[in-house]
Design a protein around this ligand. Structure first.
Ligand SMILES: Cc1cc2nc3c(=O)[nH]c(=O)nc-3n(C[C@H](O)[C@H](O)[C@H](O)COP(=O)(O)O)c2cc1C
Length: 210
C-alpha cells in the first residue's frame, strides 16, 4: 500500500479533539497545499481564513451542532466569491502575466473571454461556481492534513449567517462555502476514532471502460 493510501485510511472526520495545537509550520503547509489546488480557469475564486483565535472560534460555533468548530486547534474557512467581476479577472490575469514574465496584455484575449463568460452568469451561478472551486480546495486540505498526520473534520453543519457576520464576509464580497477544523484526535473520547472506515467496494464505486 502506498503512503498516500495509508494516510487516507488513517484520516477520519474527527468528532473530538485534544487541546494540543497544530504547529504554525504544519498549518502553513496545509494552506500552501490549498493554494496549489486546481481551480476552473485557474481563477482561485475563493479565499481561505485560518482561525486560531479562541474567542472567534467560539462565536463561529454558535448555532452549530459541531463542537469541533470551537474545540479544534485551527479552523479553515473556505469562502467563495459572490461575483466574478471584470475587475477581479483583469487583475488576476495581469498577475499571471507578471508571474510568467509575459508582456502586459499578452493574455488579454483569455481575460476578455472570461469576462464575457462570467458577465452572462447570474449572481447565483457565480456564487455556486466559486463554492464548487472552494470544495476542491477542501479536498486538497483533507489530503494534505492526512499526509502531515493532522486530524481534521470537513463540515457543512454551520450557520452561514453567523460566519458571514463574524468574519465580515459579505463586505468582502464572499460567502462561507465550507469549513475544515484541524487538530489532534482525542482517541479515548472520540467514539469514531476506533471505528472501521466504511466505503463501497471499489468494483461498485468505479467502472472501468477499457
Ligand atoms: C462536505 C462535507 C460536509 C460534512 N459535514 C460534516 C459536519 O457538519 N459534521 C461532521 O461531523 N462531519 C461532517 N462531514 C464528515 C462526513 O460525515 C465524513 O467525511 C463521512 O462520514 C465519511 O467518513 P470519514 O471522513 O471519517 O472517512 C462532512 C463531510 C464533507 C465532505
Amino acid at each position: 500500500m502506498t503512503d498516500l493510501i495509508q494516510d487516507l485510511q488513517w484520516r477520519y472526520a474527527t468528532k473530538k479533539y485534544t487541546s494540543q495545537t497544530v504547529s504554525e509550520k504544519l498549518v502553513a503547509q496545509i494552506v500552501e497545499a490549498v493554494n496549489l489546488s486546481a481551480s476552473s480557469c485557474g481563477l482561485q475564486p475563493y479565499r481561505l481564513f485560518v482561525i486560531s483565535n479562541p474567542e472567534v472560534k467560539k462565536q463561529l460555533a454558535e448555532g452549530s451542532f459541531n463542537s469541533q468548530i470551537g474545540e479544534s486547534s485551527h479552523l479553515l474557512v473556505f469562502a467563495g466569491m459572490n461575483r466574478i467581476t471584470t475587475g477581479y479577472i483583469t487583475e488576476y490575469v495581469s498577475m499571471m502575466e507578471r508571474q510568467r514574465e509575459m508582456e502586459p496584455g499578452a493574455l488579454s484575449e483569455f481575460a476578455d473571454n472570461l469576462i464575457s463568460f462570467f458577465s452572462t452568469q447570474t449572481a447565483e451561478q457565480n456564487a455556486i461556481w466559486s463554492s464548487k472551486q472552494a470544495y476542491i480546495g477542501l479536498g486538497t486540505a483533507l489530503i494534505a492534513a492526512a499526509a502531515l498526520k493532522v486530524d481534521s473534520t470537513p463540515m457543512e453543519g454551520f450557520d452561514a449567517n453567523v460566519f458571514d457576520k463574524v468574519l465580515g464576509l459579505t463586505d468582502k464580497g464572499l460567502h462561507c462555502s465550507v469549513i475544515l477544523s484541524l487538530g489532534y484526535r482525542d482517541q479515548a473520547n472520540d467514539f469514531l476514532a476506533s471505528l472501521k472506515k466504511t466505503r463501497l467496494p471499489i468494483t461498485e464505486f468505479s467502472t472501468e471502460i477499457k
